[in-house]
Design a protein around this ligand. Sequence first.
Ligand SMILES: NC(=O)C1=CN([C@@H]2O[C@H](COP(=O)(O)OP(=O)(O)OC[C@H]3O[C@@H](n4cnc5c(N)ncnc54)[C@H](OP(=O)(O)O)[C@@H]3O)[C@@H](O)[C@H]2O)C=CC1
Ligand SMILES: Nc1nc2c(c(=O)[nH]1)N=C([C@H](O)[C@@H](O)CO)CN2
Length: 237
Amino acid sequence: MSASPILITGGAQRLGRHCAERLRDDGHPVIISYRREREELEALRAQGIVTLPADFSSEAGIMDFLERLKAETSSLRAIVHNASDWAPDSSGDDAGANFERLFRVHMLAPYLINLHARELLEACSEPQRDIVHLTDYVVQKGSRKHAAYAATKAGLDNLTLSFAAMFAPKVQVNAIAPAMIMLNQGDDEAYAEKARAKSAMEMIPGPGVIYQSLRYLLDNRFVTGITLPVDGGRHLR
Ligand SMILES: NC(=O)C1=CN([C@@H]2O[C@H](COP(=O)(O)OP(=O)(O)OC[C@H]3O[C@@H](n4cnc5c(N)ncnc54)[C@H](OP(=O)(O)O)[C@@H]3O)[C@@H](O)[C@H]2O)C=CC1
Ligand SMILES: Nc1nc2c(c(=O)[nH]1)N=C([C@H](O)[C@@H](O)CO)CN2
């Protein structure tokens, strides 16, 4: 019986791409969702990673993706909800639209995908099946400039508890709450220095620490309903 694939949403770049490639190297079949076609996707396809287009900014887009997913596979080993938009708050007329968009990508998409893909997880014949939500350290403290982002990630954090209770014992549901893992294009050394100083470990670790956390959750049969902080001790500063 061939292994069931692991789905990573928003897996075309950065943390999601790193985890997709590491899972592939570990022998798992992998499916990623992407929003924009680009060159990097060819490299992923060359590694045997299946790429499915998805735009979670509308309910119709989420449901379209689910149709494509079900046409692609009849079972899933795991779902990693990684897709996310770190958009700052808008002050103008589009503040409401911004909040709604972040609600859809951070909460509505994981909610509908979990509900509609439950049957795919339960069809997996392997001993363990997982859902992992990528949240954020900022759920604990809020954000002056990313309030909508933080609030919708807090909603995703709470969905971890509900789905863990709803899907047990067949499916384990957990979250990973990173703090600054990798810089963005355009972040200068001054920004990096400030960012490093925010955590007790005084470092920006790169995506390997997220893969280690994901690996722990995928390999542990007795963990569900928890959030793994991966934040270098932000709370100690
Ligand atoms: N990087 C960091 O330091 C931290 C990351 N995190 C969390 O970890 C996860 C990975 O972070 P990172 O790799 O930086 O994420 P990115 O900012 O690189 O976003 C990941 C992907 O999400 C996809 N995406 C965004 N909006 C939508 C949408 N509306 N519909 C479908 N896909 C969408 C994008 O797809 P496309 O590019 O194809 O448009 C993008 O490639 C995220 O959930 C993030 O919130 C939390 C704290 C710190
Ligand atoms: N989708 C994303 N979410 C977040 C990102 C990102 O690049 N994409 N980056 C951060 C920052 O690193 C933040 O933790 C710095 O304090 C948060 N979320």
